[in-house]
Design a protein around this ligand. Structure first.
Ligand SMILES: *[C@@H]1O[C@H](CO)[C@@H](O)[C@H](O)[C@H]1NC(C)=O
Ligand SMILES: *[C@@H]1O[C@H](CO)[C@@H](O)[C@H](O)[C@H]1NC(C)=O
Length: 382
């Protein structure tokens, strides 16, 4: 929901206050001392708000609330509009073993018409990141910080997974640059998601876009540190949903390993990536500003499939991409031998490396160019 909608909602709520039920988590036993386990209190406040037949607001006053395994299920909610208004901080347990082997820290499942405003979610990841960095085999995998799944689709059906019509706005997602596997926001099996005006700095992808994503809009993002914004990795499975209609615009990448990336495993697959627009992008010292990698294999070891990717990449437009590359090759389009990329459009690229010219490298990539081409075009004609 947009900020405008927020104010709108707020005005409606205050003018019709009698119709909005307020549930303060402290009235359900939550303590703002950062030590007392407040999980049950949050779940009880949720159950009460859910049971309301009118719009309901859960208030989380300032202070720190220790919670874990907070799974908010909306399947039986009567209220069609639950708002969670957070002034305080939700704190994960400081011992990462408590939740580190779970799938989620906080989960929203089968919810419809939910809005969450404000607040800090502190996953207390630093100790786990240090554990992973030390190559200690006993570190747990870690879990999703906040997971939204199975949001309601049309006709009262729950989708098998994924979310529909979700807006993430004004977020700050922060993890250390050297923290392993800390994707900022991961979207998959979802449509109509937008992520706008946010700052994301992580040890992995700022945003990663998985199979089954369509109609995704990303705008106004500052990304770094991290691995950039990635479509993929796709094509691990032979039967896989595609990614289509993704717009990524007005993004600044600072000191990231990649800027805008499409990555697929070199394996057979029926998946695809199509109708993608990257527009008005600024690169600041980015190692691979523009990259398509259809031979993705992060560990570069004998486990690499080394086949040919079955993912078909088509109609990907790069428009007004400028700034600095941290390496000489600023554009790298490494497409599949059996499924060459087609319909690639390069328009107004101005990428430099240490005040010198950059280079482009193309393999099996077809398309057209217009406007400024720095580096020099390497595409084959469509
Ligand atoms: C593409 O996605 C945008 C939202 O990101 C949506 O407004 C638009 O209608 C979609 N286009 C098609 C052809 O589905
Ligand atoms: C390309 O970028 C360089 C460095 O930022 C700038 O000086 C130059 O004017 C740009 N060229 C064009 C045609 O925009």
């Amino acid at each position: 929901m947009s900020l405008l909608a927020f104010f709108f909602l707020f005005l409606i709520n205050s003018s019709l206050a009698a119709n909005t039920n307020i549930y303060n988590v402290q009235n359900y036993g939550a303590k703002s001392d950062g030590k007392t386990d407040s999980s049950k209190a949050f779940l009880n406040a949720w159950a009460a708000a859910c049971a309301s037949t009118s719009p309901a607001t859960i208030n989380v006053p300032s202070g720190k609330y220790l919670i874990h395994n907070a799974y908010f299920n909306g399947q039986t909610c009567k209220s069609k509009a639950v708002t969670i208004h957070i002034d305080g901080t939700l704190l994960a347990p400081s011992d990462y073993n408590v939740i580190g082997n779970d799938e989620n820290w906080i989960k929203f499942e089968k919810v419809n018409g939910i809005s969450i405003y404000g607040g800090t979610f502190d996953g207390q990841g630093a100790a786990l990141w240090a554990c992973k960095k030390s190559n200690n085999k006993k570190c747990p995998d870690g879990d999703y910080g906040i997971d939204f799944l199975q949001l309601k689709q049309h006709y009262n059906e729950w989708s098998n997974h994924g979310c529909h019509n979700v807006k993430l706005q004004g977020m700050k997602v922060l993890a250390q640059g050297n923290s392993k596997n800390t994707d900022g926001i991961h979207v998959k099996l979802s449509s109509g998601v937008s992520i706008v005006n946010s700052q994301i700095g992580t040890g992995d992808d700022c945003v990663s876009i998985g199979p089954g994503t369509s109609n995704l809009w990303i705008e106004g993002i500052a990304c770094g540190p991290g691995h950039g914004i990635s479509i993929g990795s796709s094509g691990w499975k032979e039967q896989e949903l595609g990614v289509q209609n993704v717009t990524i615009k007005t993004v600044t990448f600072t000191g990231t390993t990649n800027g805008v990336r499409v990555k697929t495993w070199a394996r057979p697959s029926n998946g695809f990536v199509r109708n993608i627009l990257f527009q008005h992008i600024v690169m600041v010292n980015v190692q691979n500003p523009i990259i398509i990698d259809q031979n993705y294999c992060p560990n570069h070891d004998e486990s690499c499939p080394q086949q040919s990717s079955g993912i078909k990449i088509s109609d990907v437009t790069y428009q007004d991409i400028h700034g600095t590359s941290a390496t000489k090759v600023a554009v790298k389009l490494d497409c599949s031998t059996t499924n060459p990329c087609s319909g690639i459009v390069l328009e107004d690229l101005n990428l430099s490396y240490q005040n010198q010219q950059t280079e482009a490298s193309c393999v099996n990539a077809r398309g057209r160019v217009s406007g400024l081409q720095k580096p020099t075009n390497c595409l084959l004609k469509n």
